[in-house]
Design a protein around this ligand. Structure first.
Ligand code: HEM
Length: 400
């Protein structure tokens, strides 16, 4: 079967065959499709220069045009192919941006703008504001797949959560590096920022509370038909954060097989110390009685709580204000993280009821037990022993 197509920029007619398709991941695509899309990218109007944001944006708008031009028969297949192609193309464009000074500034987190050489290309039809915050790229990233008026809101809120998780991952890594240098003050600052980031992160649920089943289901249907079956378990920023919290569940790696770079990143995080491992090693160096076996272990294995660590926290809380402070910051993080999960569960109740989800069981059934996966476990169990109940206190001593 042949499908006709007119090149959007040069107006040259094309025909593409659906026979002899190409396998990418689990999808098959017509062989000529990529050539055509490649050609669109390298045609005269766009040039083959993908180095400027303007070209990237134009490239993306031409993809939309191509999508509208193709006939219905291959529409679904083309859209999936374009998403796959776009992801590839966008990552190579972004790789080009990564070598540019402005992006380097952002990546290094440097605040010393004097060290940055801005080229004429950086100034290409942009203001300093848009160059610094990369707004031209940012606002091309909300690509809806349905005609539901709320899908933009859904995507923006999910992307906001994604950004906060990426931020939290960086802060947790910064805290680890400070703890390894025995710099508790710096570690505390990074961990406080993790607590603070949860305030807007958790507030995104409010911004999604308009969702009902009749809103969510058509959007999920369109996403499934366009991109394939998805689950939020495929989100690598969230999983990286959870591994850094010390909740190490190897089975979640499976979702990243189609995304080898992220699989690798998560596999490294799985096998590396979590923030809690670093905290325990720090407490040990601070002469609190933490057994080595609690932080010199196979980090890919789930952490096993121990009474010795409970005892160490008890001493820290009773005798060392700076350790108590650290413990309270971690407890805040654990509480905020659990709040995110609780609000997610409530939205699942509101939008799915008892409908079955990705694993064939109801979403509520799958999610409810995860509320018990609370990071830094001894920080909570030790409270059974912290503090001395005075006579008459209705709560007794732990071991009476
Ligand atoms: C809008 C309604 C939503 C429903 C009905 C829903 C439902 C579910 C369900 C049933 C799961 C379990 C795995 C699965 O079956 O796929 C899950 C997991 C998850 N969802 Fe959602 N979800 C919603 C919104 C969101 C949003 C907006 C985000 C943020 C981007 C999100 C992030 C996650 C994450 C990170 C997991 C993994 C949780 C874990 O491992 O503990 N979900 N969701």
């Amino acid at each position: 079967m042949l499908a006709s197509f007119q090149h959007p920029a040069t107006k040259t007619p094309f025909k593409t065959s659906l026979r002899g398709s190409t396998q990418i991941g689990r999808m098959r695509y017509p062989p000529l499709l990529f050539n055509i899309i490649d050609d669109v990218f390298s045609c005269g109007r766009l040039s083959n220069d993908h180095k400027t944001p303007r070209t990237l944006i134009e490239g993306l708008s031409v993809f939309d045009h191509v999508s509208a031009t193709f006939d219905q028969q291959i529409g679904g297949c083309l859209r999936r192919a374009m998403f796959a192609y776009q992801a590839r193309q966008a990552s190579s464009c972004l790789a080009t941006f990564e070598s540019r000074p402005v992006t380097k500034l952002l990546q290094n987190g440097s605040t010393n703008a004097m060290n940055v050489q801005i080229t004429d290309k950086d100034r290409f039809e942009q203001t300093p504001y848009s160059m610094w915050l990369q707004t031209e790229i940012l606002h091309t990233l909300q690509r809806t797949v349905s005609d539901h008026p709320g899908e933009y809101s859904f995507i923006v809120n999910c992307q906001v959560m994604e950004l906060y998780w990426a931020l939290i991952v960086r802060e947790l890594q910064a805290a680890q590096s400070s703890l390894r240098q025995n710099d508790l003050a710096q570690a505390q600052q990074a961990l406080r920022r993790v607590v603070d980031a949860h305030e807007p992160l958790n507030a995104t649920w409010r911004s999604l509370s308009w969702l009902t089943p009749s809103d969510l289901l058509p959007m999920l249907g369109a996403a499934g038909a366009t991109l394939g079956r998805d689950t939020a378990l495929q989100g690598w920023t969230y999983r990286h954060m959870v591994y850094l919290f010390g909740i190490k569940q190897v089975e979640h790696l499976e979702h990243f097989r189609p995304q080898p770079r992220r699989w690798q990143q998560l596999n490294e995080a799985l096998n590396a110390p979590s923030v809690y491992d670093d905290v325990l090693a720090f407490l040990h160096r601070e002469n609190l009685p933490i057994p080595r076996s609690q932080f010199e272990r196979d980090f890919a294995q789930p952490y096993k709580p121990s009474p010795e660590v409970e005892r160490a926290w008890q001493i820290g809380y009773d005798e060392r204000p700076e350790i108590k402070n650290l413990g309270e910051t971690l407890a805040d993080i654990a509480e905020e993280f659990t709040t995110w999960k609780y609000r997610h569960l409530m939205l699942t109740r509101r939008t799915l009821g008892s409908r079955k989800a990705y694993f064939g069981v109801s979403g509520i059934e799958w999610l409810t037990p995860t509320l018990e996966e609370i990071p830094f476990p001894e920080l909570f169990s030790a409270r059974t022993f912290i503090g001395d109940p005075p006579a008459g206190c209705p709560v007794g001593k732990a071991k009476e």
